[in-house]
Design a protein around this ligand. Structure first.
Ligand SMILES: C=C1C[C@]23C[C@@]1(O)CC[C@H]2[C@@]12CCC[C@@](C)(C(=O)O1)[C@H]2[C@@H]3C(=O)O
Ligand SMILES: O=C(O)CCC(=O)C(=O)O
Ligand SMILES: [Fe+2]
Length: 357
């Protein structure tokens, strides 16, 4: 995985540049047309929330959720701490740099290693307790940062359980068909903080390139003001596949269906392809909570869904095996798992280093 230490010095002064340097320049960003349809907004407190969630997951693989019970002032504090972290001097952030083979700490988004060109962003991944890395960033006083992130982890993990149960019920399963509470209790919470500096030529740069998240679901808080999150709305009767922007909505959280839900629900819902674009007006931050399983989790369709009329659509494997496959095949992982007879084409990371230019 790539580390910022190996990157050009201007990685730390992106917001001062008057043009996009060549190694940050991307083309083919308009590979799909842009749609103006609107990602559904679901009020979790409404009596028909489950039906709305089911439809949104099937049609979009994403929705915005309101009425989720996470206080807006906590979201504001999470955002303020995130901004504070990225505003630290480069030398301080590098003290908490992600080491080789480690997923947590400071660096470019992990997926950047699949490309030759560089993302217009910085990232910080917190797995489990925020305290160890916080000590490296703020040796004297990291209490406010840790308290805020711990409280957020607690509430967002609980929300992810509620959403997953609603998704089950919307698919005609019973809540008891999967022990979400047990699984989520055993898994380390994962928070990904993303920072996108202003960009002088936003059409030539990308914040985070298109990908699906591996988790069951991802719950994303994005800062207000400029939009950045875009997702692919698949081809339907209204038109061809298109990029749709998800504008920030105060207090709402974005829920993305990840690869694991696609597999456990045997393809009845699909993980959503998404990316983050940049803008020239305002620095943007986002905080993603990846709701994943513990290592012992067997990645396979729920047995209840399998029968003579519905064979498993994906090959089973352990969660660590899935993650290692994803590190090789990246956006092709699910396609490969859906075609079990084929031997995997041997992809080193470098196979993707062309940056679709
Ligand atoms: C739940 C998970 C999703 C994740 C792999 C992991 O087991 C823990 C780290 C997560 C994360 C966070 C940063 C971006 C990402 C791509 C990565 O490398 O580690 C995601 C993983 C993922 O979605 O594949
Ligand atoms: O910043 C965003 O809107 C998207 C971030 C994202 O997709 C991720 O962290 O996986
Ligand atoms: Fe993502």
């Amino acid at each position: 995985m790539s580390s910022l230490t190996a990157r050009p010095l201007h990685q730390f002064e992106l917001n001062t540049l008057s043009h996009v340097p060549d190694d940050y320049a991307w083309s083919a960003l308009n590979d799909l047309p842009h749609g103006d349809d609107v990602v559904p907004v679901v009020d979790l407190a409404s009596p028909d929330a489950v039906g709305h969630i089911g439809r949104a997951c099937k049609e979009w693989g994403a929705f915005q959720v309101t009425g989720h019970g996470i206080p807006i002032h906590l979201l504001d504090r999470v955002e303020a701490q995130t901004r504070l972290l990225f505003s630290l001097p480069a030398a301080r952030k590098l003290k908490a740099a992600r080491g080789p083979g480690s997923l947590s700490g400071y660096g470019l988004a992990n997926t950047s290693s699949f490309y030759s060109n560089i993302f217009w962003s910085e990232g910080f991944t917190i797995i489990g307790s925020p305290r160890d890395d916080a000590r490296k960033l703020w040796p004297e006083d990291h209490d406010e940062y840790c308290c805020v992130m711990e409280e957020y982890n607690r509430l967002i993990s609980d929300l992810s359980g509620r959403l997953l149960r609603a998704m089950m019920v919307s698919l005609g399963l019973r809540e008891e068909d999967m022990d979400w509470a047990g699984l989520l209790r055993e898994a380390d919470p994962v928070l990904q903080l993303n920072y996108y500096p202003v960009c002088p030529e936003p059409d030539r740069a990308i914040g985070i390139a298109h990908h699906t998240d591996s988790s069951f679901i991802t719950i994303l808080h994005q800062s207000g003001g400029e939009s950045g999150l875009q997702l692919v709305h698949r081809e339907d009767t209204a038109g061809p596949a298109r990029w749709v922007t998800v504008p920030p909505r105060r207090g709402a959280l974005v829920v993305n269906v990840g690869d694991l839900c696609e597999i456990v629900f045997n393809g009845r819902i699909r993980s959503v392809m998404h990316r983050a674009i940049v803008n020239r007006a305002q620095t943007r931050v986002s905080v993603a909570f990846f709701c994943g399983p513990p290592p012992r989790f067997n990645v396979a369709p729920i047995e209840k869904l399998i029968g003579p009329g519905e064979p498993p659509a994906y090959r089973a494997m352990s969660w660590p095996e899935f993650l290692s496959l994803k590190r090789k095949l990246y956006n092709k992982t699910l396609e490969y798992l859906r075609s079990p007879e084929e031997e995997p084409v041997h992809h080193e990371n470098t196979a993707y280093m062309t940056n679709q230019r």
